[in-house]
Design a protein around this ligand. Structure first.
Ligand SMILES: [Zn+2]
Length: 326
């Protein structure tokens, strides 16, 4: 039967052909399965002073791999427990943060401070609340957190996919109301400094006078250009920045970028905010239109900052419109 014989040969040929394809395919899918682990987020707390640690996150945008933990965190160890500064953007990354803390201390995380309303400052709260931690933030950020919490979860969903599973909007358990709140945590003095926010309405800094370390949250960005969103206010932001300068910190742990000095914080954040407000204030005063004002802003001193090309025109635009309303 020539047809059957022909078919039989073809099947044999096909099988012989398939074998190498199959092994390539197996190798390819194995690589795909291994790939996420190879690029998985690793949280490591680095020492910045005795019993004070920082995690320095990615300075890129949010990705599946960085789990939206593209920001810095802090950890302060006391004899009565550990204080975590910012809880990350998801329930799952919060668990990784807790595991990283356990690698440097036996103390459980008893307190969390959320330094602002952006996702990576607080959307990991659910994990720490379930562990019994007290979660603090400034009351001026409450409305923003309530409004933007669900929005940020929706915005992150297509990026984080399964890595966002288990994450819910969990508000702080204690609202701070003063511009300066002094806490005694296991004998360590911790001050929460709030000057009406800036990047977000609840922005606060955590100041440790005994070691001279400050965790600025989104008040300071170094290495990469600062970000603004519709709730950002440059006027309040500069007031927050001036409060930082008044502390005269030895070590600045910024919200984004490497652990640094006040001088770099001034160069990369303070000077940019001042330059934007000076230029746009004059433009609004003189009746210069928005486009001319944005295009005539001199961004030369800030060209070293990552993402400057994308962000600077938006910051200029935002500042003009804000100052027009002031
Ligand atoms: Zn941020």
């Amino acid at each position: 039967m020539p047809i059957a014989r022909h078919l039989h040969l073809n099947l044999r040929q096909a099988r012989a052909l398939w074998r190498p394809i199959q092994s390539v395919a197996v190798a390819f899918f194995t690589a795909l399965m291994v790939w996420p682990t190879a690029h998985a987020l690793e949280v490591v707390f680095e020492p910045v002073a005795p019993d004070v640690y920082a995690y320095v996150g990615d300075t890129e945008g949010r990705t599946y791999d960085n789990e939206a933990l593209n920001a810095n965190l802090g950890l302060v160890i006391t004899p009565a427990g550990a204080l975590l500064i910012d809880s990350g953007a998801t329930f799952q990354s919060a668990r990784k943060i807790a595991q990283a803390a356990r690698r440097v201390t036996q103390q459980p995380i008893r307190w969390v401070i959320n330094t602002g309303g952006r996702d990576h400052r607080w959307l990991g709260n659910g994990y720490f609340k379930a562990q019994g931690a007290e979660i603090m933030a400034h009351a001026n950020g409450e409305a923003d957190m309530r409004t933007r919490g669900p929005q940020q979860l929706r915005a992150n969903a297509p990026v984080l996919r399964d890595k966002q599973h288990g994450t819910e909007v969990v508000l702080p358990t204690r609202w701070l109301t003063a511009p300066d709140t002094r806490l005694d945590l296991g004998g360590v003095e911790v001050q929460v400094v709030h000057r009406q926010g800036g990047h977000s309405p609840g922005d606060s800094m955590v100041w440790l006078p005994q070691t001279g370390v400050v965790f600025t949250g989104d008040v300071v960005y170094v290495d990469r250009i600062l970000g603004m969103n519709p709730v950002s206010k440059t006027k309040a932001w500069l007031q927050s920045f001036e409060a930082l300068e008044a502390l005269n910190p030895k070590v600045v742990v910024p919200g984004h970028g490497r652990v640094t000095t006040l001088a770099q914080a001034q160069r990369d954040t303070g000077q940019l905010l001042k330059a934007l407000r000076t230029h746009m204030g004059q433009a609004v005063e003189a009746g210069t239109d928005l486009n001319t004002a944005v295009q005539s802003f001199d961004g030369t001193p800030f060209q070293h900052l990552k993402h400057v090309d994308v962000w600077l025109p938006q910051l200029a635009n935002h500042t003009y419109l804000e100052m027009e309303r002031e």
